[in-house]
Design a binder for this molecule. Structure first.
Ligand code: HEC
Length: 164
């Protein structure tokens, strides 16, 4: 067979070639249509099965929002940051309300006066790393921010005027 000879030699082959050239693209288009149409359909305007709608449906009924979460309308999933007073009563009060281990007491201005002089940063570092008989409080259970708030709560009870 020479190079310029057509592979189509008989009228039957010609008919088969013409029919295939017509049918194959149509089959491809039909398959594409079926593929696209096979995705889950939802009623017009309904997003009942979107991840957001589902999350909203199964969300717990009551939740406590504070800090940035409350500011965002209580819609973010961010961890709730406890207030300085909450952290204080859970983690600091044992020593600082009772004066155990000679801890400077909540509201005791004369005990705090010399300590306040070092500023919030120094007090915060003591809270985080520990000082004397006070163990480091930063480990794990409370975030750095919460320890900072508790430090402010404690210092401001005794004459400090720091901002959280
Ligand atoms: C186990 C007892 C104990 C606990 C719990 C405790 N403290 Fe203290 N804290 C102390 C003692 C004792 C001191 C005095 C340390 C010194 O000056 O030697 C102190 C001192 C401090 C000071 C002053 C540090 C300085 O540099 O003068 C700050 C601020 C403070 N505590 C914050 C906190 C905060 C905030 C918490 C809770 C997250 C906390 N403490 C929990 C015992 C405790």
């Amino acid at each position: 067979m020479s190079e310029h000879e057509s592979p189509i030699k008989t009228p039957q082959q010609l008919i088969v070639a013409v029919v295939l050239a017509f049918v194959v693209p149509i089959v491809v288009i039909v398959l594409l249509t079926v593929y696209v149409g096979s995705r889950p359909k939802m009623g017009a305007g309904s997003d009942a099965f979107s991840p957001e709608a589902t999350a909203q449906r199964i969300a717990p009924i009551g939740r406590v929002a504070s800090g940035p979460e409350a500011a965002a309308g209580g819609t973010t999933a961010a961890a709730v940051i406890r207030t300085g007073a909450q952290v204080y009563s859970a983690a600091c009060a044992a020593c600082h309300t009772t004066g155990a281990l000679n801890a400077p007491k909540l509201g005791d201005a004369s005990a705090w006066k010399p300590r306040l002089a070092q500023g919030l940063e120094g007090l915060y570092q003591s809270s985080m790393k520990g000082k004397g008989a006070m163990p480091a409080q930063g480990g794990g259970r409370y975030s750095d921010e919460e320890i900072r708030k508790a430090t402010v709560h404690l210092a401001n009870s005794a004459g400090g005027s720091f901002k959280e």
